[in-house]
Design a protein around this ligand. Structure first.
Ligand SMILES: Cc1cc2nc3c(=O)[nH]c(=O)nc-3n(C[C@H](O)[C@H](O)[C@H](O)COP(=O)(O)O)c2cc1C
Length: 326
């Protein structure tokens, strides 16, 4: 059962959570810091400028994981995000490298994962695919994924728009033989526990990890995360064609008129820069920003998440025991 494959990975984790891949934010240093403390780290292949740089990052990961193991740690597995869409010119080359390095978990996004899944399973890896609604999930499951990443409303980057409870319930209508990773707005260990209670196997945490020392995000992006709340997050498909959440102060700083944005049809790009610049100068973040007020080292953040998770669990156990006794 595909879900069992995911649960096997989780045996090596201190908390059922993944530091989500983030363009221009995630890198091997952040990924290794997370894995070292028992939370699955990840980065997108397209976060590198070239195939050569991607290969250098993969080398850094292999060496870093070995260092952690040599130091007596049992690191969590790591993952790479691949855009499996014909529009990604690096798709085949990057897939070749991911295969060569036998990356243990592949997070596929955009498009239909199709043949990639067979190939990923060929080297014994687990494949999880991004979805934003039940139809996407059906297609991913037809392609043979081990699990889906259910991106609910309020997530950073390209987001879903469906409420997390509604999305979880619709996805779980498709069965329980596959894993579900829930994404959107989670910033604490308690949130991870809540995701599990909703039927998810793992939580997918992005925005919280932007505000860490290791994240490659611009200092201004980190500062903006500390200074904003959920009401400062603006959902629009007009910046880069797909629905994404953007920080309002960065839209204003880029000279974008919010009224124009509100009345612009999806796909009618407002920011007329090339894609990378859009993501570089206009900052994305999820609704969780209002609960982030520091920039710790990633290892410290993971330790905090683990202790919050354990606390939430034992608090719930006490509550349930109290109810049973009453
Ligand atoms: C700055 C940023 C960049 C992102 N880049 C990617 C990416 O390259 N690939 C991807 O699959 N998801 C990307 N995402 C989405 C995350 O992987 C994840 O779905 C999301 O951050 C979860 O919601 P949260 O930010 O509210 O925790 C990005 C998110 C952010 C905030």
């Amino acid at each position: 059962m595909p879900r069992t494959e995911v649960h096997k990975l989780m045996e090596r984790m201190a908390i059922p959570a993944i530091a989500a891949p983030m363009f221009l934010v995630s890198n091997p240093a952040l990924t290794l810091a997370c894995c070292g403390e028992g939370l699955m780290g990840s980065f997108p292949a397209h976060g590198t400028r070239s195939r050569e740089e991607f290969q250098a990052w993969l080398d850094e990961m292999v060496e870093g994981m070995k260092r952690l193991e040599d130091a007596g740690k049992q690191p969590a597995p790591w993952a790479v995000n691949l855009v499996v869409h014909a529009s990604n010119p690096r798709y085949q080359g990057d897939l070749e490298l991911v295969e060569k390095y036998k990356v243990p978990v592949v997070l596929t996004s955009k498009g239909a994962p199709g043949d990639a899944i067979k190939r990923i399973h060929g080297w014994g890896a687990v494949a999880l695919h991004d979805i934003a609604n039940r139809r996407h999930a059906e297609k991913a499951l037809e392609a043979g994924v081990d699990g889906v990443i259910a991106v609910a409303g309020g997530a950073g980057g390209h987001t879903g728009t469906i409420n997390p409870f509604a999305l979880m319930n619709e996805v779980r209508q498709l069965g329980d033989s596959f894993a579900v990773v829930l994404a959107g707005g989670q910033t604490t260990g308690r949130d991870v526990f809540a995701a599990e209670a909703m039927g998810a196997d793992l939580a997918y945490i992005g925005t919280r990890f932007i505000a860490t020392e290791e994240a490659m995000a611009a200092q201004a992006h980190k500062d903006m995360i500390l200074g904003t709340r959920a009401t400062d997050v603006f959902l629009t498909a007009s910046i880069d064609g797909a629905p994404a959440n953007w920080l309002t102060p960065s839209l204003l700083a880029a000279g974008i008129d919010l009224d124009v944005l509100r009345t612009t049809l999806p796909g009618k790009i407002v920011g007329a820069q090339e894609n990378k610049k859009r993501w570089k100068d206009i900052y994305t973040a999820g609704h969780g920003v209002g609960n982030i007020d520091d920039v710790p080292a990633a290892a410290d953040l993971v330790r905090r998440l683990v202790s919050q998770y354990r606390e939430a669990k034992s608090e719930m156990a006490h509550r349930l025991a109290g109810r049973a006794a009453a």
